[in-house]
Design a protein around this ligand. Structure first.
Ligand SMILES: C[S@@+](CC[C@H](N)C(=O)[O-])C[C@H]1O[C@@H](n2cnc3c(N)ncnc32)[C@H](O)[C@@H]1O
Length: 382
């Protein structure tokens, strides 16, 4: 494709078709002899994704890579959060990809290196970084080869391994990622102060701690309560303690910090519903610290398998949603009433509940279907 795609007329055509149906566009012949229609569509898709994930790239001169590289790239929001944590002199991203993480994470470093095995992708990133006036060394190699030849020391090594296998299925074991972290962790720790690895939100934290002995920090990062990343920090210097942060960005921003292993020591109190009910953020649920938050906030749990908490007085800094409620009977629910329906540890899903009680969805009020130690209960927001 080269830089022909940046030709003014072609860019005007791309910008004029940002909302056009891409399937029908692909059936047309390119109006420009120097670029094909799939190349044009790649740029349109890139701009569409950039609007949501990395708006800072919506400027003249930027080239977008194929869809898989766009999907694999981090969002500006999570990258910004990570950038606040890291600083030093020398930063290297061993799996640069489209370079979104590298762009932000390297902002507090003087010397930046990007390694990427895909030559076309690295060329696009190198071009874009020139447009963005950001300096770096770009190395087109397999990172294993780079590590074997390298003689430098880095303050931070960052990796965001590719999470798809040859069948394009998502994989969640470290052995199945590219690169295989288990094989290179020692080598990376021997040439850096800190290794930071972004992993899938579906990865199991206990498994991670069992296979990565140098972990000293784990961040579970959600954006608008949707868990996007689990980020692990490794160092040779670790003291055996692992600090975990459950982070929620954007809506109801919060960070809940605890030490890995605290959950095993926590003993919850139980109660039937009191005046307020709390639903923890998903980063907390992902961490599995169901008993710990009960003790930390002085809340009582409804049931061992119901991750809802209750109190008589409102707790303002709880990392999640709070509802003032009353317990109601089945018969108090009237047909055609409008509620948001929440089902937790209850045999019916919200859709089934809606059908059973002939309810309308939405509005300001909530019905929570759940179980306390006494059995099934229905809670209504007041
Ligand atoms: C998930 S993407 C990284 C996305 C990046 N963090 C971003 O924000 O744009 C992973 C990248 O690592 C590269 N990669 C995977 N295994 C590699 C290896 N062994 N050596 C070099 N690059 C590798 C892939 O080509 C892919 O571009």
């Amino acid at each position: 494709m080269g830089n022909n795609i940046l030709n003014k007329n072609i860019q005007n055509y791309i910008n004029a078709n940002l909302t056009t149906d891409l399937h029908s566009l692909l059936l047309k012949k390119s109006p420009f002899p120097e670029v094909s229609m799939p190349e044009i569509v790649q740029q349109i898709k890139g701009k569409q994704v950039a609007q949501k994930k990395f708006p800072f790239l919506l400027q003249d001169g930027i080239i977008f890579p194929p869809q898989l590289n766009l999907e694999q790239a981090s969002s500006e929001k999570t990258a910004l959060y990570k950038s606040e944590i890291l600083k030093g002199k020398k930063f290297i991203d061993l799996t640069s990809g489209f370079g979104i993480d590298a762009y932000y994470l390297s902002k507090n470093f003087d010397d930046v290196t990007l390694v990427e095995q895909n030559p076309e992708l690295l060329e696009i990133v190198s071009h874009n970084w020139t447009v963005l006036e950001k300096k770096a060394r770009f190395i087109n190699k397999k990172l294993e080869d780079f590590l074997n030849e390298n003689k430098e020391h880095f303050d931070v090594i960052y990796l965001d391994p590719a999470r798809r296998d040859d069948n394009k299925n998502k994989v969640f074991l470290l052995e199945d990622l590219s690169p295989n972290i288990l094989e290179i962790q020692e080598q990376m720790l021997s040439i850096s102060n800190e290794v930071v690895i972004k992993l899938s939100p579906l990865i199991d934290l206990k498994y991670l701690v069992s296979v990565l002995p140098n972990i000293f920090r784990i961040d579970i990062i959600a954006v608008k309560n949707d868990v996007k990343e689990v980020v692990v920090f490794l160092s040779k210097e670790n003291q055996g303690k692992i600090v975990c942060n459950c982070v929620n960005l954007e809506s109801g921003e919060s960070v809940f910090t605890y030490q890995f292993g605290d959950e095993e020591k926590a003993i919850p109190n139980y109660s039937e519903p009191e005046n307020f009910i709390y639903i923890p953020n998903n980063s907390i649920l992902k961490a599995g610290i169901f008993n710990l938050i009960s003790g930390r906030f002085g809340l009582k749990k409804l049931h061992p398998n119901t991750h809802l908490y209750t109190s008589n007085e409102r707790i303002d800094d709880f990392p999640g949603r709070a509802f003032e409620i009353k317990v109601i009977e089945n018969k108090e629910i009237k047909k055609k009433e409008q509620f948001n329906i929440i089902s937790k540890n209850y045999p019916l899903k919200p859709e089934e509940i809606k059908k059973k009680y002939a309810l309308k969805d939405g509005g300001e009020r909530y019905l929570i279907f759940t179980q306390s130690k006494k059995g099934k209960i229905i809670l209504k927001s007041v």
